[in-house]
Design a protein around this ligand. Structure first.
Ligand code: C5P
Length: 214
């Protein structure tokens, strides 16, 4: 099982970057639940300040979205399940400065370019693998997650409204709904991230098992 976690950083100059509020907690919980369930787990992780779970098969630390894509590409062949928990930065500065931008040199605007969509980039090599995505939304989580799941060709998407108390970034609990293409959404109550992770891992493993059966 291959799991991505945490934010990515997109540098403006050698000391400044664009990033987001992801702390890696949900991805680490998925990795831990995978290890507990007996999977070999490789974790590809953006910059976080929490300890990774023990018992991992591999841990790749990455910084930018493009680094994360390269690390996942390198491990994709190996895995049967990919859980994309990472909060990948959607865009990056077009031309990061080679040295620190001084106060007096402040650019009036920062030109941004889109980062690759990692799930879309990996999709052509998906084969029989189970791809699970996350959708962190601010309102309308289930509807927009459903269209995201279709657009990204996912087997499962975990939707959560990050503005709800106890859900989303930097807390140990989450309130989410699990969507698959051919079942009604399963709305789950507020629960610790590790419990949600166990449900996700269990459902993803069942899908992978069903594909292996002749
Ligand atoms: O479109 P959105 O970013 O909301 O989709 C979220 C899902 O897509 C997550 O699983 C995230 O890890 C993944 N993603 C990605 N590449 C990006 C942005 C998000 O694979 N550039």
């Amino acid at each position: 099982m291959l799991v991505s976690a945490g934010p990515t950083r997109e540098f403006v100059d050698p000391v400044r970057f664009l990033s987001n509020r992801s702390t890696g907690r949900m991805g680490f919980a998925v990795a831990r639940a995978g290890v507990e369930a007996g999977h070999e787990v490789a974790l590809v992780c953006g910059p976080v300040s929490i300890e990774p779970p023990s018992g991992l098969f591999a841990l790749d630390n990455v910084v930018s979205a493009r680094d994360m894509l390269a690390a996942l590409e390198a491990r994709l062949e190996w895995c049967d399940i990919l859980v994309m928990t990472a909060a990948v930065a959607d865009f990056r500065p077009e031309a990061p400065a080679a040295r620190k931008i001084r106060k007096g040199e402040m650019p009036e605007c920062l030109r941004l370019v889109p980062n690759p969509d990692i799930l879309a980039a990996l999709a052509p090599r998906k084969g029989d693998r189970v791809f699970v995505g996350f959708a962190a939304e601010t309102g309308d989580a289930v509807d927009s997650a459903a269209s995201k799941m279709r657009r990204k060709g996912l087997d499962m998407i975990v939707a959560n409204d990050v503005t709800r108390p106890g859900a989303g970034f930097a807390v140990d609990t989450n309130e989410a709904a699990i969507l698959t293409p051919d079942a009604p959404p399963q709305a789950l109550p507020l629960m610790p991230k590790i419990e949600l992770a166990r449900i996700i891992v269990d459902r993803a493993a069942r899908l992978a098992d069903a594909r292996r059966r002749p």
